[in-house]
Ligand binder design. Structure first.
Ligand code: ADP
Length: 489
């Protein structure tokens, strides 16, 4: 699939350190595969300790240059970068579909969404206002500056290979920080193509670095980035499990952290909901990216009066989902990322069926398409003891639970250590406020299954993370407050 790129030079297979493309130590590399076909796509350089140290030193040197520019100068480079992403959206989408598997149209959508964080933060960077504080001592004046934090590290996942990078890197760069990215080992090609475009946009050497590595090298790179006292901030999107490891590794250097971790999103449909709209929302929230997003609905709670009708309507829509290779026209669900992901889905479905769930749609691996395709699946009569009620399935499986009262469903929805996204459907204005206020989640979609845009604060509470990405708040994670006290006035 990569032979069809309009601009073949977007296909980079080496790491980017200090503006130079760098081979692996002693030529070390790791293979990148197409999850749809298993085909070998490329070998990408695998970095070791010396390269991590070089990247940290380069980012540290570049920080001095980058922070000295005005926000407007930085914005000009960022905006050129954003425009290049949009210009090359088709090629970036091809690279993404090849290594990640999502349908081409969805991949293109992600590139545009990913690019939108860059222009948003390029503009926000111009509005990092400080403060003057009314003095309580006539001989003194109090001022607050907001300054870039320094060298930042970003460890990103494979489910959104472009957007999870831009969402972290754009606010950091706009604020005047330099960055080291460690992309997921499954999807390094998208990260490198995005970095190539940053180079073309005129990003000064060392401001944006990308360290690639296989799973084992990733652990080592992560450890070194966490241990460095030059690196001031770590932003991570991925599992809560790895988030905990990284947080612990950052403790010795008291590093600032932004964490976007796992979720277990409830999707509640009340009796008074617009049922067709709820079904559309459910479809978008659950099956997008084959269910592999941290904001995907994981548990559907439907009030008893509309339960059967909702299940029936959703089943009809699920039957219309076309599964296949993301490059094929009309396909709206691609493969899962790897064998482990398929096994997790199979385990959750088998567990639910053993505990009394009713299989309404799907329920099997589509081996005729390949190893990693799984049917969009709908399970009715789900119950709290099932694995899918506690763990994020991260696949195309919708378990539907029945509930009676508002109080009961709020309690069920909040009964998880996670608190990222939640959704509910109701046309009752009182209920909308009541439920919106008591759901213990960082984000609540009300009468919609799609909530993410660059302009709003994305993030979770409880064990779903720390900090917010996007919105005017997203840049705050990358600045430090400095208080200046002027005496002897
Ligand atoms: P996912 O569940 O999305 O695969 P992970 O949390 O396993 O998420 O991985 C997300 C990112 O974290 C990837 O870039 C991966 O290489 C990296 N990663 C995984 N384990 C570690 C670790 N122990 N230390 C540092 N980075 C890690």
């Amino acid at each position: 699939p990569l032979a069809a790129l309009e601009d073949a030079s977007l296909l980079r297979t080496q790491a980017l350190i200090n503006g130079e493309w760098v081979a692996g130590r002693n030529g070390a590399s790791f293979p990148v595969h197409d999850p749809a076909t298993g085909a070998h796509l490329a070998d990408v350089a695998s970095m070791g300790q010396a390269e991590v140290e070089a990247a940290i030193a380069a980012a540290n040197n570049a920080f001095a240059v980058w922070r000295a520019k005005t926000a407007k100068e930085r914005a000009a480079i960022l905006l050129r970068w954003q425009q290049l992403l949009v210009k090359h959206a088709d090629d970036l989408a091809r690279i993404m579909t090849a290594e990640q598997g999502k349908p081409l149209a969805e991949a293109r959508g992600e590139v545009i969404y990913g690019a939108s964080f860059i222009d948003w933060f390029a503009e926000e960077g111009k509005r990092i206002y400080g403060e003057t504080i009314p003095t309580t001592d006539p001989s003194k004046r109090y001022l607050v500056l907001k300054q870039p934090m320094g060298v930042c590290a970003a460890i990103t996942p494979w489910n959104f290979p472009v957007a999870m990078i831009t969402r972290k890197v754009a606010p950091a760069l706009a604020a005047g920080c330099s960055v080291i990215i460690k992309p997921a080992e499954a999807t390094p090609l998208s990260a490198l193509a995005v970095a190539e475009l940053a180079q073309r946009a005129g990003m000064p050497s060392g401001v944006l670095n990308v360290l690639t590595g296989d799973a084992e090298a990733s652990v080592e790179i992560g450890r070194l980035l966490c241990a460095s006292d030059v690196v001031r901030h770590l932003s991570f999107t991925g599992s809560t499990e790895v988030g905990r490891i990284l947080m612990a590794q950052c403790a010795p250097t008291i590093k600032k952290l932004s964490l976007e971790l796992g979720g277990n999103a409830p999707f509640i449909v009340f009796d008074d909901a617009d049922l067709d709209s709820a079904v559309e929302g459910a479809l978008a929230s659950k099956y997008r990216n084959a269910g592999q997003t941290c904001v995907c609905a994981n548990r559907f709670y439907v009030q008893e009066g509309v339960y059967e009708a909702f299940v029936e309507k959703l089943a009809a829509k699920v039957a219309g989902i076309k599964v296949g290779n993301g490059f094929e026209a009309g396909v709206n669900q691609g493969p899962l990322i790897d064998d482990q992901a398929v096994v997790k889905v199979e385990t959750h479905v088998a567990d639910a069926l053993a505990l009394g769930a009713r299989l309404v749609a799907g329920g099997r691996r589509l081996t005729e398409l390949g190893e990693r395709f799984y049917e969009p699946t709908l399970l009715a009569d789900a119950s709290p003891q099932m694995l899918c009620s506690r763990e994020e399935t991260f696949g195309p499986v919708a378990p539907v639970f029945r509930f009676k009262t508002e109080a009961e469903v709020v309690q069920l929805a909040n009964a998880t250590e996670f608190g990222l996204a939640s959704y509910f459907y109701s046309r009752d204005i009182g209920r909308i406020f009541r439920v919106g206020e008591v759901l213990e989640y960082g984000m609540v979609g009300i009468n919609t299954g799609l909530i993410s845009v660059a302009e709003v604060p994305f993030g979770g509470v409880k064990q779903s993370g720390l900090g917010r990405e996007g919105s005017r708040h997203g840049i705050e994670d990358y600045v430090e407050l400095k208080y200046l006290c002027l005496g002897d006035i």
